[in-house]
Each structure stands twice: as C-alpha cells, then as structure tokens.
Design a protein around this ligand. Sequence first.
Ligand code: U2P
Ligand code: MG
Length: 179
Amino acid sequence: MRILVDMDDVLADFDAEFLKRWRARHPEKMYVPLEERTIFYVKESYPQDLQPLVSEIYLEPGFFREMMPVEGGVEAVKTMQQMGLEIFFCTSPLYVYKNCVLEKYEWVEHHFGAEWVNRIILTRDKTLVKGDILIDDKPIITGVESTPMWEHILYDRPYNRDVNRKRLTWQNWKQVLGM
Ligand code: U2P
Ligand code: MG
C-alpha cells in the first residue's frame, strides 16, 4: 500500500504561517480567519487590492522553511511507515518556485530527517503519480490523467467542506483508513 501525503496544509501549516505573518505585518488590515475560509488559495480569499501583499508574504525567503508542522502529522506518517505502508510526500511547488522548492526539502529534512528527503515527489501534476491513496487538502485535484491511480482522501480543512468525499485528520486517520 503506497500512501502519497501532501505537504502544505496537511503536514506543514501554510495557513497558520500566513496568518501569523499577515497579522504582524498588516495589523490594520482585514484578515480571513481559517474557519471562515471557503476558497483553497489564500490569495483568492482576499480582496483584489490586497492580493499583491498576500503573495508577497508566501513568496518571501523563509516562509516555507518556517512553517509549523500540522499537529499529529509527523507522528502519523512515521507510524504509517512503521506499520509497513510505503510513504511518499507528494507536493506541488508554487509557480514562482525560487524559495519554495529548496525550503520544502529543508522542511522535510528538519522535521522528518535526512533519509526522508528521498521520499519527496515534487510535481505540478499529482495525477501522474502512482499510489493507492493521496491525502490532500485541495478540494479537486486535476491533471493530464483523468483517472489517477490513487484515491483522493481529503485532509479536512474549512475550505474543502463543500466537497463530498472521504476525509481525515491526523487525529482520526486510523479509523478512517481502517487501520
Ligand atoms: O500552488 C502550488 C502549491 O502551493 C501550495 N499552496 C499555494 C497557495 C495557497 O494558497 N495554498 C497552498 O497550499 C499547495 O502545495 P501542496 O499542498 O501541494 O503542498 C499548492 O498545491
Ligand atoms: Mg495542500
């Protein structure tokens, strides 16, 4: 059984890192609390005039490296591996990839250990990757393969709750996967 695990907002807390930086830098400006997010992309969740300031934050050096782990995620992935499951990280770099690509590798090395860097699959098209399950917070995942080999199980987030699909968190993954 091969499990593909997404990184941003599944293992690394992109939304929390963004909100922390946004509120510190622009305390006078509006913000969208995580529970009120209905749109996957943080940039699209903000009014158009603020969008350049939003992307400025997640494009800056250190953003991807300094994200906190999502609670329970590192432990869950290591437990899965100990149970004999084959784990790969399956993550998409930003289109503006300069800091993000290097820092995703650094993040995995720091939070999982150097040997786990071998398990990173970095791709803009996850439908091309072979696996049994893809755990990902993105509501709809599309690419050149119209029928990917994996089953998409949602990592539960406020902005994907309108999608009717099996979902889990790092608190209930064993029950959901029947393990
Ligand atoms: O857009 C490419 C990838 O960057 C992460 N991302 C980007 C913008 C945003 O608002 N939220 C977000 O998570 C996602 O990376 P992944 O979850 O694949 O690791 C998105 O696919
Ligand atoms: Mg994600």
